[in-house]
Design a protein around this ligand. Structure first.
Ligand SMILES: Cc1cc2nc3c(=O)[nH]c(=O)nc-3n(C[C@H](O)[C@H](O)[C@H](O)COP(=O)(O)O)c2cc1C
Length: 145
């Protein structure tokens, strides 16, 4: 069964709410294994057919655990080429983290990214959570065999 990894970080719960909705949408598609975690080793990334990253923006950047995962994957030289990638996250005023993640997935790893990143200011409202569900479902549908 193809695997969809949802990897996220959230300091105050806003991006976490988005992650839960993304997972809900992904789980609505049969025959896809949906795994939601804070951290995955490079080999786990390599085993997934799709990876969706969630990161809030702190200090105009993604959070350290997310950056570390990307760094470890790069050092391990794992192949992510042509996997599906997406990103989401909550922010306060600049919100660049999810788009930065997509740039790295695309340019460093050759991931096929779904653009633009899905972002929201502070707490996600109902409409945003629905967008999150749609994103999860759309990614799962792309990898189901
Ligand atoms: C110390 C600190 C730094 C922050 N830096 C940024 C920033 O550079 N750009 C931005 O858009 N939001 C910034 N924010 C706002 C957070 O992105 C926002 O509160 C977001 O909802 C947090 O998501 P989370 O609940 O998933 O951690 C910052 C917040 C804090 C507390």
């Amino acid at each position: 069964m193809p695997k969809l990894l949802i990897l996220y970080d959230s300091q105050t719960g806003n991006t976490e709410k988005m992650a839960e909705a993304v997972a809900e949408g992904a789980r609505s598609v049969a025959n896809v294994e949906v795994i939601v975690k804070y951290y995955a080793r490079p080999e786990e990334l390599a085993e997934a057919s799709a990876i969706i990253f969630g990161s809030p923006t702190y200090y105009h950047d993604m959070t350290l655990p997310i950056k570390q995962m990307l760094e470890e994957a790069a050092r391990a030289n794992i192949q992510l080429k042509d996997k599906i990638g997406a990103a989401f996250g909550s922010y306060g005023w600049s919100g660049e983290a999810p788009q930065l993640i997509l740039e790295i997935l695309k340019n460093r790893f050759g991931v096929k990214t779904i653009e633009p990143a899905l972002t929201t200011i502070y707490t996600p409202n109902k409409a945003v959570l629905e967008e999150c569900r749609k994103l999860g479902k759309a990614v799962a549908e792309k990898i189901v065999t």
